[in-house]
Design a protein around this ligand. Sequence first.
Ligand SMILES: Nc1ncnc2c1ncn2[C@@H]1O[C@H](COP(=O)(O)OP(=O)(O)OP(=O)(O)O)[C@@H](O)[C@H]1O
Ligand SMILES: [Mg+2]
Length: 272
Amino acid sequence: MGDPHPNPPQATAPSVTAPKLRAHALSRSFGRGTRALAALGPVDLDIAPGEFTCIVGPSGCGKSTLLRIAAGLLRPTAGELSIRTASPRPAAMIFQDYGIHDWKTVLANVRFGLDIQRVPRREADARARDWLVRLGLADFAGAYPAELSGGMRQRVAIARALAVEPEILLMDEPFAALDAQLRTIMQDELLDLTQTTRTTTLFITHSLEEAIVLGDRVLVMSARPGRIIAEHRPPFARPRTGDIRSTPEFTALKSELWELLRGEVRGEAARA
Ligand SMILES: Nc1ncnc2c1ncn2[C@@H]1O[C@H](COP(=O)(O)OP(=O)(O)OP(=O)(O)O)[C@@H](O)[C@H]1O
Ligand SMILES: [Mg+2]
């Protein structure tokens, strides 16, 4: 393992097509003067159309900050991030805290983005119900979020984001609240889905397994302020299935990533 960063991040994705998302010298701090906190960056990142990019990094290193900037919810302090869209379809983001509406039924929550896009009611209902079936929520279309478990609420948020068929899917630890079995099922479902739709995805997770199963590439971020310190491309051809979890290559890559991450997590813990 000698060299801690054996696979340094590339300035540009190895694609001839223009990137769907590009960040250049992107950084963000919070507060001012002596109380300023450098949260993120500088980060350079290109994401090619159809690429599934996973980011792992220690808690508090700026991952959600990066996603919020990508979603247009936060401005960078320096540098820039641009998203190239080819249609009026929105980018979508799944928040860590679900962000679903307690006063709307499950069906209405999933239909929410489609209503905003003015998709005709009948079609919107059909698409929303289809996603409820895919996420095992068909029997809860008329229920309110308060009647659901935490994992079910999270699935509602996932269904809502996927139903709008976004150009770029921005996911911030979407499976964190799920139990291990359901998490595995959801990973396989998302793998299947994104391989079919080729949706460009930026996916943040604490789980190395999740990053390796899902990602075309896995980026490792440093402790705060988060920078990209390594990039790995899991050596599994597409379309792939969750069966790769039991291969030696999977275990080897997981250990390699953990070696990298461990130092950063320790550094963060020592500072806290
Ligand atoms: N709105 C804000 N105001 C002030 N500080 C903030 C704000 N948002 C984030 N921070 C700080 O920026 C740093 C990065 O936060 P961020 O939420 O991006 O981390 P993260 O990598 O997503 O962590 P986790 O893995 O725990 O979700 C943290 O130190 C956090 O306290
Ligand atoms: Mg976060």
